[in-house]
Design a protein around this ligand. Structure first.
Ligand SMILES: Cc1cc2nc3c(=O)[nH]c(=O)nc-3n(C[C@H](O)[C@H](O)[C@H](O)COP(=O)(O)OP(=O)(O)OC[C@H]3O[C@@H](n4cnc5c(N)ncnc54)[C@H](O)[C@@H]3O)c2cc1C
Length: 553
């Protein structure tokens, strides 16, 4: 944290977004739903961890945001004319910091529930507040201030996993590398920390040793699960692009919506460094930025998003559906959207993640084909998708290699494709082999193939490796109830025996969208489209009269 006192003064573009003045129209609405009062310097307006802390507008006084975990250091002073709050307020999260009046004056207090209602329904209020709060979360991340300090070894997997969890979920954190004596000294000699492993220090000073993600989320007050007896109109399982779209449309159309995800908002798309084929972003958008924008939109409309919670079972009981979580209570829903996506099968190589999106690709469309231009393309996999990719990429690449572990393609690829490949001088099939090493700084430059029979190693220079060894659906948790195809993808529409909606599964009231659906296109745009459209089918199901539903079951 810098020694300079921070105030709500706009200097950079991000600060201008974070500290806007409220318009007269917005202030009038807030005044009509809040209480104006006098506040004394030193008065604690809310304390760390207080649920439901209020929205405050400061007419003529300043307020300090105070970090109790760091000897009451002032994180930022909100000056007169500005307002208090952060994204977590709209999500019902606990606060990281306390709010203490710096000077005496008049304030406007609006209760948190009321603020959320106004944000969801009054454009003047949401226009000012949502974008300011989103920018403030970015500022907190930039300052590395807030909820969490992670101490560990830079290359340790647990440590990387926790940092990835915090970063993908936009939890402001700072990382302290054990190998850096100055950084270790800066966090204080007085702390009695475990000498090994990864240590997470929560904002209230709680020290967690090698914590699970859920333990960490709980310690940070990110546990946003509903009461056990709460009945949601719609529960969406999976917060990838499809699930987020269903949340936005569900909540904006008045459904009481809860979305859960076991990892992070954004799904597979959130891990993509650049998505260039999504409408409206001609120069591309990073997956995490797209996910953040979608998350804010869902929150704005009042959807509740709970991470990290893994669904492990689905049943219907007493006229509604019950979703079992691996840890936590059961969730009750009148309708369920399965949006738990798929995971591309990956190569078992330690540094694979360093090259994903930067030399390693899981699709071969025009987009990825550009990366194969002027280099060798290497395709791993012997199925039809690998064969089609080879035919396509061979028009762009210097030379194209197909690498398979088997002795050939006969057992896995259609005859017409394998015949074309055999005749094409621009394609070479390498059998009995697997990729054993990836190399390159700032992107893939070369890889090593090893012959499984002889152990002989061969190097290939390439900037484009295409992994096409199949995608596995994340549907096991629901697979006992809904019908799936032979690969485990959820059947929908006519294939599932449901003629009324293309996204209806074999069980009325349960729908499936995006990559988890049998026959899906496996693109961001198609998942988003399906997530938007499915909500009208959910509405139709919910408006059905109960006897019809009982009969359907
Ligand atoms: C590296 C990469 C780059 C890509 N680039 C592009 C691109 O440029 N353009 C494009 O159009 N497509 C791209 N794709 C494909 C695209 O990301 C997917 O098609 C899209 O994300 C599918 O969205 P979805 O919502 O159906 O599922 P997913 O994105 O798979 O999201 C599913 C979510 O469900 C969660 N989940 C799974 N099981 C459970 C459970 N039991 N309980 C709770 N939650 C669960 C997962 O953690 C995940 O967050 C890319 C994919 C990858 C991996």
């Amino acid at each position: 944290m810098s020694d300079q006192p921070r105030t709500s003064t706009a200097r950079t573009d991000l600060e201008r977004q974070a500290w806007p003045a409220l318009s007269d129209a917005a202030l009038d609405v807030l005044r009509a739903h809040g209480v104006e009062r006098h506040a004394e310097a030193g008065e604690v307006i809310w304390e760390v961890g207080q649920p439901g802390y209020p929205f405050i507008h400061l007419f003529d006084a300043d307020l300090d945001i105070v970090d109790r975990g760091r000897d009451d250091a002032v994180v930022v002073t909100i000056t007169a004319g500005n307002f208090v709050g952060e994204l977590g307020m709209l999500m019902g999260q606990q606060t990281f910091f306390a709010g203490v009046m710096r000077s005496t004056g008049r304030i406007l207090v609006v209760e948190q529930d009321e603020l959320r209602r106004l944000v969801a329904t009054v454009p003047e209020v949401s226009d000012a507040i949502v974008s300011a709060y989103a920018a403030r979360r970015k500022l907190l991340i930039e300052w590395a201030d807030g909820a969490l300090t992670i101490i560990g070894d830079d290359n340790d997997r647990t440590c990387l996993g926790l940092r990835e969890y915090a970063s993908r979920n936009r939890i402001p954190f700072r990382f302290v590398d054990r190998a850096d004596p100055d950084a270790m000294a800066a966090i204080g000699q007085s702390r009695d920390l475990p000498a090994q492993g990864t240590v997470a220090i929560a904002r209230d000073g709680a020290v967690l040793h090698d914590p699970e993600r859920l333990t960490l989320a709980r310690a940070l007050g990110y546990e946003l699960l509903p009461e056990i007896d709460e009945l949601f109109d719609l529960v969406v399982v999976g917060a990838g692009p499809g699930g987020l779209a269903a949340s936005v449309y569900g909540a904006s159309e008045g459904l009481k919506t809860l979305t859960i995800d076991d990892t992070a908002i954004g799904g597979q798309a959130g891990t993509s460094s650049r998505i260039e084929n999504y409408l409206g972003f001609p120069t591309g958008v990073s997956g995490s930025e797209l996910a953040y924008l979608g998350e804010i939109q869902a929150i704005k409309f009042g959807a509740r998003v709970a991470v990290p919670y893994r669904a492990s079972g689905l049943a219907h009981t007493d006229g509604h559906f019950e979703i079992t979580l691996e840890a936590g209570p059961r969730i009750n829903a009148r309708a369920v959207v399965i949006a738990s996506g798929a995971r591309y099968r990956k190569l078992p190589l330690d540094n694979l993640g360093d090259y994903e999106g930067n030399g390693v690709y899981y699709a071969a469309t025009e987009l990825e084909a550009r990366y194969a231009g002027g280099t060798n393309a290497v395709i791993v996999g012997g199925g039809n998708s690998a064969g089609q990719a080879a035919m396509f990429l061979s028009r762009h690449a210097e030379h194209t290699y197909i690498v398979v572990r088997r002795e050939g393609l006969a057992a896995t690829m259609s005859d017409y494709l394998s015949t074309r490949i055999a005749r094409d001088p621009r394609i070479t099939l390498i059998t009995h082999s697997e990729v054993t090493e990836l190399r390159g700084d700032g992107g893939l430059k070369a890889l090593t193939l090893t012959d499984r029979r002889t152990g002989e190693a061969t190097d290939i220079e390439t900037r484009a490796l295409f992994v096409m060894i199949g995608a596995a659906p994340n549907a096991q948790w629901a697979g006992d109830l809904v019908r799936t195809d032979d690969k485990g993808f959820v059947l929908t529409g006519v294939a599932a025996g449901a003629a009324d909606s293309p996204f209806a599964t074999s069980v009325p009231g349960i729908f499936a969208i995006g990559d988890v659906r049998s026959g899906s296109v496996k693109r961001v745009a198609s998942a988003v489209g399906e997530g938007s459209v499915v909500v009208s089918s959910v509405h139709a199901w919910l408006s059905d009269d109960p006897p019809a539903k009982q009969k359907a079951r």
